[in-house]
Design a protein around this ligand. Structure first.
Ligand SMILES: CC(C)(COP(=O)(O)OP(=O)(O)OC[C@H]1O[C@@H](n2cnc3c(N)ncnc32)[C@H](O)[C@@H]1OP(=O)(O)O)[C@@H](O)C(=O)NCCC(=O)NCCS
Length: 137
């Protein structure tokens, strides 16, 4: 992934969620690329960006030992279901493994059953960590 890919990533995200969300990526991506460039990936078809994965290797957030963190991945809806998400995820897993990392973490919304099925298909299982929340309003 290069900084020049950001507009294409924002466009893919907009196609997925139905509305633009520039702030989500414009602030986040440069930090990820600076910290862990080889864990930030795009998939291209004939030179066009059709999918992306933002990840890094970090340790001790919430007491989790050094791990790969898959922050977000997305595939252009037209190209979904063709193995692109799997290739991106596998490339990230290989990168982590090649750096001696023994586990990869991600977080998904419990209500997004499709996404949970996707990660299950790639060998992810529920971890022993649980996200807790207290509403203040
Ligand atoms: C989730 C997403 C990245 C998957 O990418 P994709 O290119 O469509 O997935 P692939 O074609 O590589 O599928 C990989 C495997 O997951 C399975 N899979 C994919 N989508 C699935 C779904 N919705 N439900 C169940 N299984 C699914 C496939 O059957 C395949 O399994 P196989 O290897 O046993 O055949 C893509 O659908 C997407 O961008 N979704 C919307 C964005 C999103 O929710 N991002 C996650 C934020 S972290």
């Amino acid at each position: 992934m290069k900084l020049e890919d950001i507009p294409y990533i924002i466009r893919i995200d907009e196609k997925i969620v139905g509305h633009p969300n520039e702030a989500k990526y414009r602030d986040k991506i440069p930090g990820y690329i600076a910290r862990c460039p080889e864990a930030c990936l795009v998939a291209e078809v004939e030179g066009t960006v059709v999918g992306f994965l933002l990840g890094d290797i970090r340790g001790w957030d919430f007491g989790v030992p050094l791990s790969g963190w898959l922050e977000i991945l997305g595939v252009d809806p037209y190209w979904q279901g063709k193995g692109i998400g799997k290739k991106l995820t596998q490339a990230f897993l290989e990168y982590c493994k090649g750096n001696g990392i023994e586990s990869v973490q991600t977080m998904v919304n419990w209500n997004e059953g499709d996404l949970i099925d996707y990660f299950r298909a790639l060998g992810f299982k529920r971890s022993e960590y649980l996200n807790l929340q207290k509403k203040l309003t």
